[in-house]
Write a protein that binds this ligand. Sequence first.
Ligand SMILES: Nc1ncnc2c1ncn2[C@@H]1O[C@H](COP(=O)(O)OP(=O)(O)OP(=O)(O)O)[C@@H](O)[C@H]1O
Ligand SMILES: O=P(O)(O)OC[C@H]1O[C@H](OP(=O)(O)OP(=O)(O)O)[C@H](O)[C@@H]1O
Length: 218
Amino acid sequence: MKYLTFALTKGRLASKTLEMLEKLGITCQEMKDKSSRKLIFVNEERKLKFFLAKGPDVPTYVEYGAADIGVVGRDTIVEEGRKVHEVLDLGFGACRMCVCGYQETAELLKHRELIRVATKYPNIAKDYFYNKRHQTVEIIKMNGSIELAPIVGLSEVIVDIVETGSTLKENGLVVLEEVCPLSARMIVNPVSMRMENDRVRELITSLRKLLQEEHHAD
Ligand SMILES: Nc1ncnc2c1ncn2[C@@H]1O[C@H](COP(=O)(O)OP(=O)(O)OP(=O)(O)O)[C@@H](O)[C@H]1O
Ligand SMILES: O=P(O)(O)OC[C@H]1O[C@H](OP(=O)(O)OP(=O)(O)O)[C@H](O)[C@@H]1O
């Protein structure tokens, strides 16, 4: 039997993914050793392999077939635009993509002024402002701590992830508009979807069942 390879997003999504898989009896003990520098982990019994990658690289591994399956935020799937099948909403990692800034900036948005937008997600921001709002803006790609941009005067607004809202609150910023809701998704390589259909389907079905049980238990 061929190995099925999983690419998991390093950080907050990986631990939740492993927790879910463990509930299905799929474990990967060696992945829990945080001090290890090992990059790929194997579950021999079930012929599975796992590796961790930076979010934006997960759809790349899956598109090229270096991983059969990936777990990644919907923000990253939309931003990267890779040819992968999005097969399941895993529910965790829930947050929202929003346009944020100082409350006063709402006027600039309303009048479709030529504003600067700082973001880690230039494609999502472009699509939102150009195709949905029909507003011309200048998009500035940043790599983190996006909330700094309006504070230091780099941009009027940001397009960024809001989860609890506390980063915005602590910095005097607000949500001006919601772009879309987000959560972690399972993605599958299109060829693996056909060649390994039985195993992939079985996994999707068990995960879906688990999600339904958890939903009813809430
Ligand atoms: N508060 C949050 N901040 C960032 N991402 C979140 C949050 N809540 C849920 N997510 C989801 O988790 C995904 C991955 O988060 P991750 O831990 O990789 O954070 P990151 O800040 O994007 O990564 P990095 O620390 O490498 O910059 C995001 O793409 C998003 O879908
Ligand atoms: O609404 P909240 O619960 O405050 O979460 C939102 C914040 O978390 C994320 O940043 P992260 O911590 O991933 O760091 P980064 O800005 O360097 O990407 C995101 O970019 C926001 O800054």
